[in-house]
Design a protein around this ligand. Structure first.
Ligand SMILES: [Zn+2]
Length: 390
């Protein structure tokens, strides 16, 4: 398949991208590739960038509404508060079978152009997920909520895996001390990837391979985020959303907020969603170059804005096509005539998102109606129009 008429989000070059099986085969100045055997898909100066990498989510927690009504000093205070105040709401969501909650968590990410999500928690080991669910890590919840974390972190059998752990999610002294304890107890010098790090200082950042920055969740809970403008000099900064317990379903809202803080430059923020996490997790994505996995997002360019300015204007309604590992997972309705020969026999759902119609792989109608058996009031950000076998 060759995708024509694209403008890169970095550098702004006009390109055509040739995909062979699950890889990018060639990226060249637009319309110079001539291979008539393959499907050619034409866009009109659309924006193209690598599928986004969401480095922190809890896929099974995305049917929760945001829980919490005030600002907390740390995550243990918030945790105690919500379990006391929102017992009914929490139990109500947890009665939905986890398989359904996880499926929705995957769609939450896919609808925004996320093609890799790093799930935190128990291993899900999903077959045939619509996006990459990266789990090749040793996840510990946090020093406060993970029992025997000091033993687990020093388990020699797991020493090759990075330890991914919530840490420093607070504004009080305890949050800073917790990071200190974590570093001191890492006797085997395992690779540490810290989630949140709101209370982290630059010295502590030196001990982490990366920090997962989740600004929207941080502001919701603590009205403060990590000093990323300082930490970025000492560790790698990668971007995460966390679940809808503490943030919006739509990663583009998170990205807009992150940009507003000016803690990263436009380029650094873009890299925190693409090349940086690709390096941290050891993925073959995050760049549009030959040999990389074909994880690609194509969107409209609002007001013909250029490069990263166009990237930061994207919303899910603007997405024209999402490719994951060379497979088309989502596309704008108007592309159906061009794509139909290639997608024949596949199941897609037609959905409306903010006035725009998209085909999304799989049976979203069935998923939503199954979830509604448990949560009749849940408001999904999409409207189902129908489904069809193409
Ligand atoms: Zn989390």
């Amino acid at each position: 398949m060759i995708l024509h008429g694209l403008k890169q989000a970095t550098g702004g070059a006009s390109v055509s991208i040739d995909i062979f099986q699950n890889k990018i085969n060639n990226v060249s100045p637009t319309n110079t590739i001539d291979d008539t055997d393959t499907l050619q898909l034409y866009f009109n100066d659309a924006l193209v960038f690598p599928g986004l990498i969401n480095s922190h989510d809890h896929l099974d927690f995305n049917l929760f509404p945001k829980l919490g009504k005030r600002i907390y000093t740390n995550y243990t205070q918030w945790g105690a508060y919500i379990h006391q105040q929102f017992k009914y709401e929490i139990n109500n969501v947890l009665q939905v079978p986890s398989e359904l909650r996880i499926k929705w968590g995957i769609y939450k990410n896919l609808l925004c152009g996320v093609t890799t999500v790093v799930n935190h928690g128990e291993r899900l080991s999903l077959d045939d997920a619509l996006i990459t669910v990266y789990e090749d890590t040793h996840d510990l919840h946090s020093p406060a909520f993970e029992k025997a974390w000091k033993l687990k972190i020093n388990n020699p059998l797991k020493r090759k895996l990075s330890v991914v752990i919530h840490t420093g999610e607070g504004t009080d002294e305890e949050a800073g001390d917790e990071i200190h304890r974590l570093i001191s107890w890492n006797i085997l010098h395992r690779n540490l990837i810290g989630i949140h790090g709101v209370a982290m200082n630059t010295q502590q950042a030196n001990h982490f391979k990366a920090i997962v920055w989740c600004p929207q969740s941080n502001y919701f809970l603590l009205n403060k985020t990590a000093p990323i403008h300082q930490l970025k000099h000492n560790t790698s900064v990668i971007f995460g959303t966390d679940s809808t317990l503490t943030s919006d379903w739509n990663i583009w809202e998170h990205i807009a907020l992150a940009r507003k803080t000016s803690l990263l430059t436009d380029e650094e923020l873009y890299n925190s969603l693409t090349i940086e996490p690709s390096k941290t997790w050891g993925l073959n994505t995050g760049q549009l170059t030959p040999g990389k996995d074909a994880d690609i997002v194509i969107t409209r360019r609002k007001d013909k804005k250029k490069d990263l300015d166009a990237f930061y204007e994207v919303s899910p309604a603007d997405i024209l096509l999402i490719m994951h590992q060379g497979k088309i997972r989502l596309f704008e309705q108007e592309l159906l005539p061009q794509l139909a020969p290639d997608l024949r026999g596949m199941h897609f759902s037609l959905v409306k998102i903010n006035g725009s119609f998209k085909y999304v792989e799989g049976n979203l109608e069935a998923l939503i109606s199954e979830i509604r058996e448990y949560l009749p009031e849940f408001v999904f950000p999409i409207e189902i129009i129908g489904r069809q076998i193409i």
